[in-house]
Design a protein around this ligand. Structure first.
Ligand SMILES: Nc1nc2c(c(=O)[nH]1)N[C@H]1C(S)=C(S)[C@@H](COP(=O)(O)OP(=O)(O)OC[C@H]3O[C@@H](n4cnc5c(=O)[nH]c(N)nc54)[C@H](O)[C@@H]3O)O[C@H]1N2
Ligand SMILES: Nc1nc2c(c(=O)[nH]1)N[C@H]1C(S)=C(S)[C@@H](COP(=O)(O)OP(=O)(O)OC[C@H]3O[C@@H](n4cnc5c(=O)[nH]c(N)nc54)[C@H](O)[C@@H]3O)O[C@H]1N2
Ligand code: SF4
Ligand SMILES: [Mo]
Length: 741
């Protein structure tokens, strides 16, 4: 589109972590048109259905455009429009009062999936003195990252697929969740790449796989241990790598002796033959990759041991840091990392020790993070991001709000999340949001969470702010985007919110950058591109990809662990008081250990997984997307449905010990018999948003069913149980049915 006065801005879509590159055509500060950027390496010009509604999202009638202050009761929906100055001043005054009376730790912040400049929030919290920032980190990669870093010195999330011969997608469905990645996989399959999908559902991705392993939800640990058994006892390990570079192989060999495929068969519901076939396919088609998938972060109690077992699989097959395998890039030494922007050194030991949940779950809180960061600094020269990798335990924070134990939490600042729908045991979350003394929400929309807030602040989205994309601040590369237009109405970026609040609370000297572009320029200016501004960098270069290096451990004289070896037998876990080798832990709720429970709740439940067109609880209010899927669906095998008299399209109750929700039955052979899958995220923005209706936020909300009890959480990371629970299903009777359905 060449036209006088039209500028082409290199922006990106911000509706999922893929951050697909876009070209935005702007004239006189207004967007005329946008399209996928064909030069962007991940999406190569493609955009999904969400990406294509960016302009509808930008000026949607339901967007929050001005700072709002509550006028009536909490949840009454009566708001007064105020200025940003007033909002920041009043919020700052309130937080200072709370800090004075209860201590800085009485202020908590909640975040969601990586959307914002999280370093800015952490910087604010470190300077304010509170250790109680949290995200849904516990469900989303972070436990995996921390265990892998304990075992190998860094998480091998950068996969070198080009020359790979085998890709294991373990609890991941990229054909829905990460579309650009999936298109890469399809291309490589044509060149002979073998793909193994481990998933209770025959997903869009499984349909393209060479092997589908329909595992019982939550039982992945038995499968992983049995794979290790097969690889060791069939002589398929990479002995050169193991003996030269690993510690603990002999202990592991003895440890897994009993974990045969026959042992795993009844636990996983996968035949011993299929277990063997999968293990052999991975071990014999080298080099190979195991891609991260969220499922293993969401199985609660067995999560940490499962991630450890999966990490061991790479080590014993030598699929680490070599061409075609999973690479240990380490942090960037070239640009200023997120961690360096966080000012973690400002949070005192005394405040770190107060982090909620850190006494119970030590890996992604200060005890584990502190140790892992220390090792990483020594080896790599820099540490992983603390935001995400070192967080308060969300269910423990919600509990502290409700009980005042171990100490009161009085304020919650919510940014880029809708906790009622995303965090576990939504009933408790909702009770906590209603109970907290003071709540501020930064969002695009009046979500059920925002409705309960004292202040709601309007946030700038995709094309209204610049963005640096870098795997939770841990990648060694940068993908950069410009803002296409100045924020519309009175929207601000999250960075500006934390900065302004910080300045209001006396942090001025630590916020030297006026704009996000200034802060980004500070981060990249020493990269040597000779540019004068961030915008110029994006215009001329946009990406910084260091050359891929293999076998870094050879040059560095070992791996980034205390022993300098890959620690199959993990000294870091042992130091923290956890088993150094992964013990077998059963799914949180199961028929073997809890036969009585299984009588009442005979079906196996997995909650969540991405569905199109939604991103978690987002986009439900955009009718151009909602028409694709306007009602929530649970999946059930036709044989199982028949046992319960359920037919296609029936509204059914899905119930666990914690509560019940309504979704519509979708009968499919593509799910293991006896297993139920419920969609995540559901609320009904078209309904009354005021309390108590709150957009029907509990009615079809899968997190009503999940468990956050301490005993169901992973003892290492504290991740709670969304997958591998027991449930029952029954038809919604006509008297239960809402009239509007
Ligand atoms: N049962 C179950 N629960 C799950 C999952 C599951 O599979 N099953 N998945 C988990 C996972 S992996 C994740 S990541 C979490 C996601 O949980 P959340 O991140 O809480 O996801 P959303 O519910 O989409 O909430 C995001 C909110 O942020 C707003 N938002 C978007 N961009 C911005 C921005 O730039 N700034 C601000 N201030 N607001 C913004 C959106 O409008 C939306 O209201 O859910 C987790 N919960
Ligand atoms: N459309 C869409 N895309 C998204 C998102 C979204 O909400 N919607 N969210 C984004 C975010 S924040 C994330 S973290 C990623 C996550 O994306 P993925 O890593 O792909 O994870 P999920 O989609 O949560 O779940 C993947 C698969 O796990 C399977 N599964 C369920 N229980 C188990 C189990 O116990 N074991 C095993 N092995 N598999 C199981 C499910 O059937 C599902 O197909 O997606 C991102 N992309
Ligand atoms: S929502 Fe779609 S277009 Fe936007 S970043 Fe994600 S995959 Fe790309
Ligand atoms: Mo996520």
């Amino acid at each position: 589109m060449e036209q006088e006065g039209v500028e082409v801005k290199k922006a990106c879509c911000y509706f999922c972590h893929q951050n697909c590159g876009c070209l935005v055509y702007v004239k006189d500060g207004k967007i005329l048109h946008f399209e996928g950027d064909t030069e962007y390496p991940t999406n190569s010009g493609g955009l999904c259905c969400r990406g294509n509604v960016n302009l509808i999202h930008l000026d949607h009638e339901a967007r929050v455009n001005f700072p709002l202050k509550r006028k009536g009761e909490r949840g009454s929906g009566e708001w007064e429009r105020i200025t940003w100055e007033q909002a920041i001043d009043e919020i700052g005054t309130k937080l200072a009062e709370i800090r004075q009376h209860y201590g800085a730790e009485a202020v908590a912040t909640a975040g969601g999936t990586s959307r914002t400049d999280d370093w800015a929030r952490r910087r604010f919290m470190n300077l304010f003195g509170s250790p109680n920032g949290f995200h849904n980190a516990h469900l989303c990669w972070i436990p995996t990252f921390m265990i892998e870093t304990a075992v190998y010195g860094w998480s091998p999330f950068e996969i070198d697929l080009g020359s790979s011969r085998c890709l294991v997608l373990w609890g991941q469905n990229p054909a829905i969740s990460t579309l650009p990645e999936m298109s890469g996989v399809s291309g490589l399959k044509a060149n002979g790449l073998k793909v193994i999908v481990i998933d209770p559902r025959f997903t869009e991705t499984a349909a393209k796989a060479d092997l589908w392993i329909p595992v019982r939800p939550g039982s992945d640990l038995a499968l992983a241990l049995a794979w290790i058994n097969v690889i060791i006892y069939e002589g398929l390990a990479d002995y050169d790598f193991v003996y030269e570079h690993c510690v603990g192989f002999d202990e592991l060999t003895a440890h897994v002796e009993e974990f045969t495929p026959e042992w795993a068969e009844p636990l996983t519901g996968v035949s011993a033959d299929l277990i063997r076939e999968g293990a052999r396919m991975y071990a014999m088609n080298k080099p190979g990759n195991i891609q991260w998938g969220t499922a293993l972060d969401q199985i609660g109690k067995p999560a940490g041991a499962t991630q450890h077992a999966r990490a061991i699989l790479r080590a014993i097959t030598g699929n680490l840091d070599c061409p075609g395998a999973d690479l240990l890039t380490g942090p960037s030494l070239e640009f200023v990392t997120d961690e360096e922007m966080e000012l973690n050194e400002f949070l005192t030991e005394e405040q770190r020790a107060k982090q909620l949940g850190s006494d119970k779950f030590k890996l992604v809180t200060w005890p584990g993070y502190g140790r892992i960061a220390e090792i990483a600094r020594k080896y790599w020269g820099k540490a992983p991001t603390a935001e995400w990798m070192c967080e308060a335990h969300p269910p423990t924070v919600f509990n502290a709000i409700l009980t005042g134990e171990p100490y009161p939490v009085k304020a919650l600042l919510v940014s880029a999340t809708n906790p009622v729908n995303s965090y576990g045991e939504s009933q408790k979350v909702l009770a906590a949001l209603k109970a907290v003394d003071f709540m501020v929400t930064c969002d695009y929309w009046l979500t059920p969470t925002a409705m309960l807030s004292d202040y709601v602040l309007p946030m700038a989205g995709s094309f209204e702010r610049p963005t640096i994309t870098s795997t939770y601040g841990c990648s060694d590369f940068l993908m950069c985007s410009q803002r296409a237009i100045q924020p519309m109405y009175e929207r601000h970026s999250d960075f500006e919110f934390w900065r302004d609040l910080g300045i209001r609370l006396g942090q001025k000297e630590h916020w030297p950058w006026e704009t996000l572009e200034d802060a980004y320029f500070y981060r990249i200016k020493d990269l040597g591109y000779g540019v004068e501004s961030y915008d110029e960098f994006v215009e001329f270069y946009r990406f910084h990809f260091p050359e891929r290096e293999y076998f870094k451990y050879k040059e560095k004289g070992g791996f980034g662990t205390p022993s300098g070896k890959v620690e199959i037998y993990s000294s870091v876990l042992e130091e923290l008081g956890y088993p150094p080798l992964p013990p077998y832990i059963a799914p949180v709720e199961n028929e073997v250990d809890y036969p009585e429970l299984a009588k009442e709740y005979p079906l196996i439940l997995t909650t969540g997984a991405g569905v199109m067109p939604f991103h978690h609880s987002e986009h439900f209010n955009i009718k151009e997307l909602r028409f694709i899927r306007h009602e929530p669906h649970m999946e059930i095998n036709p044989d199982t449905a028949a046992e319960y008299g359920i037919q296609e399209g029936d509204w059914v109750w899905v119930e666990t010990r914690r509560g019940r929700i309504k979704q519509k039955a979708s009968l499919t052979e593509g799910i293991r018999p006896g297993t139920v899958f419920t969609e995540r995220g559901w609320w009904y923005p078209e309904r009354d948003l005021r309390n108590p209706e709150l957009g029907g936020c509990l009615e079809s909300n899968t997190n009503v069913l999940t468990s956050t009890a301490d005993e169901d959480c992973d003892p290492l990371s504290g991740s709670w149980a969304n997958r591998g629970l027991l449930c029952k299903v029954y038809k919604v009777s006509s008297s239960d049915r809402r009239e509007d359905k």
